[in-house]
Design a protein around this ligand. Structure first.
Ligand code: 5AD
Ligand code: SF4
Length: 438
């Protein structure tokens, strides 16, 4: 085979961290096997990829107008591919609705991307395809922090959620592969390792083969922390149901595990949680969150909330606000419920009026903004070690405190990859601005 000419890839990534990592895998595969390099100029691209999300309806409906636009703007002969969760969910319907699309590759079929670009109308969206032993090339968006997958898929049956249909059953990736990948990233300068899975603290329940070493998530955290070059470990998403004492204690006591926990509440009402099939009650959630606060005074807790789930009454919604008041989350990702195909909740007959849901979401956000302002103000003049991992277009260097608060400073680029003490001089709701302490 002769030397291939360099080709240009434009890739747009929607959705969650899992998709960001899948895009890195795609970029690595296409770079290694097909000689693609990245471009952010759509018009010069030989290949345009959209890595899609299907968790809510709006981005799905926007997808077709967007790729329609790309089709008009692209250079002659350029290909368009649709990847990710909407590819899994809609499959060949994408060709029907957008006949100019060249290939469709589902969220669980990333390893087929090189074949896809060379096969007209290639379609691969099966979810029984087992990628749990997969290993891709090295591409990473950011050298200082590295995403590492620890599992794929999701075994939960949350009644609102399309993800089990797009990403398939949950399979844990063998620990030795995870450690190898983390080691490799750390040796290249990533002092922060970000472990990824739909349900990370359920790690170890099912491997692709019985020969793989048995291990739970707490053990895995400890194992990753033994890598010398790794200074910080984060993970997302854990499930509140699996937050047993062993997990909370490992989280609290391992000094390399960053003290920020994502606890997706979804609803504060035990009744709505049951209708969602979340497997825990309001009391269990509060018990776990408040225990964390008691064990680790500086812990930050973030959450996801769905407002207007079918059957949600005013009293149910008040329960959600009550949990928010008691836990005082450092970050809340709140969404209006969106009925998704293939899910149980889409068939429930007690859907909540859209205006009611909007009004609740507004109330929730006003309340949360007040909490965030109070938290930000309380950080004035505090000094935090911050791991600087990004130079922003604004010229600010950005990084995170151990407990995940975003901090920005003016400073020299050679601070990237270093942990430095920063005094907070100007705390804003979404970012703390500060100065280096000399
Ligand atoms: N409607 C609204 N939000 C949803 N999420 C998942 N499914 C839906 C849906 N059908 C939210 C949940 C989840 C986050 C990733 O997206 O809060 O934690
Ligand atoms: Fe990620 Fe879920 Fe969106 Fe898929 S549907 S990209 S798993 S958030």
């Amino acid at each position: 085979m002769g030397i291939q000419e360099e080709k240009k890839l434009y890739i747009e990534t929607l959705g969650c961290a899992m998709n960001v990592r899948d895009s890195e895998h795609i970029i690595a595969e296409l770079g290694d096997k097909e000689n693609y390099v990245l471009t952010d100029n759509l018009q010069e691209a030989d290949l345009i990829l959209v890595n899609t999300c299907s968790v809510r309806e709006k981005p799905v409906s926007k997808l077709f107008s967007e790729i329609g636009k790309y089709n008009l703007q692209k250079k002659e002969g350029a290909k368009i591919g649709v990847c990710g969760c909407t590819a899994s969910h809609l499959g060949k319907e994408i060709f029907k609705r957008a006949p100019y699309v060249n290939f469709v590759v589902g969220a669980r079929n990333v390893s087929k991307i090189a074949t896809a670009v060379n096969t007209e109308k290639f379609l691969s969206v099966d979810i029984d395809y087992d990628e749990s032993d997969y290993a891709f090339g090295d591409y990473r968006n950011n050298l200082y922090k590295a995403y590492v997958n620890i599992s794929i898929g999701c075994d939960k049956k949350c009644t609102y959620c399309i993800v089990p249909h797009t990403r398939g059953d949950e399979i844990s990736i063998p620990a030795d592969l995870i450690i190898k990948e983390a080691q490799k990233a750390a040796q290249k300068g990533a002092k922060e390792i970000f472990l990824l899975g739909q349900n990370v603290n359920n790690y170890g329940k099912r491997f692709s083969s019985s020969t793989h070493e048995k291990m739970d998530f707490s053990d895995l955290l400890n194992r990753v922390s033994e890598i010398e070059e790794v200074e910080r470990i984060r993970f997302t998403s854990p499930h509140p149901l699996h937050m047993d004492d062993k997990f909370l204690e490992t989280f609290a006591h391992n000094p390399k595990v960053c003290k920020s926990m994502h606890m997706p509440l979804q609803s504060g009402s035990t009744q709505i949680l049951a209708a969602m099939k979340r497997g825990y009650s309001k009391e269990w959630f509060l018990d776990r969150a408040l225990k964390l606060r008691a064990m680790i005074p500086d812990v930050s807790i973030s959450t996801d909330i769905i407002v207007g789930f079918p059957g949600e009454s005013d009293a149910d919604f008040e329960d959600t606000l009550d949990v928010m008041r008691q836990v005082r989350f450092e970050q809340v990702f709140a969404f209006k419920y969106s009925a998704r195909p293939l899910t149980k909740a889409a068939e429930f007959t007690n859907q909540v009026d859209n205006e009611v849901a909007s009004e609740r979401l507004d109330r929730l956000q006003v309340m949360q903004d007040t909490i965030l302002d109070e938290i930000a103000t309380s950080r004035t003049d505090k000094i935090y070690p911050v791991y600087i991992d990004e130079l922003r277009n604004s010229g600010f260097l950005a990084g995170r405190t151990d407990n995940n608060a975003l901090v920005q400073i003016k400073g020299d680029e050679n601070l990237l990859g270093q942990t430095i003490p920063i005094k907070i001089t100007n705390p804003k709701r979404l970012s703390l601005y500060g100065e280096i302490v000399l």
